[in-house]
Design a protein around this ligand. Sequence first.
Ligand code: SF4
Length: 134
Amino acid sequence: MDIKVLKVGIVSCSGEALPEGTVSRVACRKVLGELRPGQTVTICLPLFIAGGKEEREFASKFPTITVDGCEKMCAAKSTEKLSGKPAKSLMIKEILKKHGISGLKQCRGLGHAEKIASDTVAEEVAKAVDEVLE
Ligand code: SF4
């Protein structure tokens, strides 16, 4: 029997030291609140790592999409280690490179480049949600 998956867990990196960490959080928030509400839930990475039972249970039963700011891939690695391989692992730097976006500087708040980056990443995450739910 096929069970239709209705929700995807989004796990964003929580990086504060790189602009890409902020872009990741803002983009994921936009997906949850505007682009794919009802189809996505957020999984708090620090709580997930700290042993949040609900977070880990959700991630072991439902597909997850991880969004990481840099090559260290904290969200993807933690999710795989604690609950299972993510359905998709996205990396902000790769998305920005694909779209020719550069010049991110701000770690706090969004300047012009960071706003464009966040919107672009949000669209890519939303697309990934659609692919996982197909
Ligand atoms: S993936 Fe990179 S930016 Fe995100 S929390 Fe890890 S080290 Fe920080």
